[in-house]
Design a protein around this ligand. Sequence first.
Ligand SMILES: [Zn+2]
Length: 282
Amino acid sequence: MNLHTIDTGFFKLDGGAMFGVVPRTMWEKLNPPDENNLCTWAMRSLLIEDGSRLVLVDTGMGNKQDAKFRSHFHPHGEATLEKSLQQLGYTTADITDVFLTHLHFDHAGGAITRTPDDKLVLTFPNATYWSNQAHWDWAVQPNPREKASFLKENILPIQESGHLQFVDPVAGVPNALPQLREIIFANGHTEQMMAPLMQYKGRTVAFMADLLPSAAHVPLPYVMSYDMRPLVTMREKEDVLARAAAENWVLMLQHDPTHECCTVQATDRGIRVAETFRLADL
Ligand SMILES: [Zn+2]
């Protein structure tokens, strides 16, 4: 089994919203904002290559949003989902499974493509798309605070295609996805977000999704204002980081603009970043 980073480009989000209660004087050193207080963030996906199976974890935001949307989120950078797959010798038709950590637009937007004649179709026509029932129900009837992150055009066509399957949180990893060792279900960021764990090169690799968007978010109070239940996030982050420090996990950081991965260690100030590196250098 091989793991590959799939870069899908960058976007911008308000620094204050991304760092919650942490004052700008502290976070601006970690991710310097532009003149509009916006910081740059990556949208990094993961490709699990295992014999004839190609499992893509998250899809970036895709390219079907209009100019107004783009003026809010400033998607930029050379990389796209398609180009990054091409560099590994694959096309979107080769993907057998799309594992969606959650259905926010910067994670699931690339799952659906708008055709020139304005139809919404699966970007990965041969893939099974994985979500879970509780998150799906939450996303299709969004609360007013989270509504701007759940775009119907990214979500409903998946179900209409007949390619949607749900992970059962009680059973855990589905038999169809033996590449995953465990799935961590987290309820702080949104309802039942899924962070998959893999065993790779003798290490545990955790795709952290929005439980740990960047290395700057390792200290416990660094919780996004976007989170629905910030106190739950703090507890979930504390638990996962304790396991990660004890077992020297590789944490894959989906939104960190510079660091793909990090390890963490216990210090007398709490859990802190130990090392940062690229997945390919593992
Ligand atoms: Zn999210």
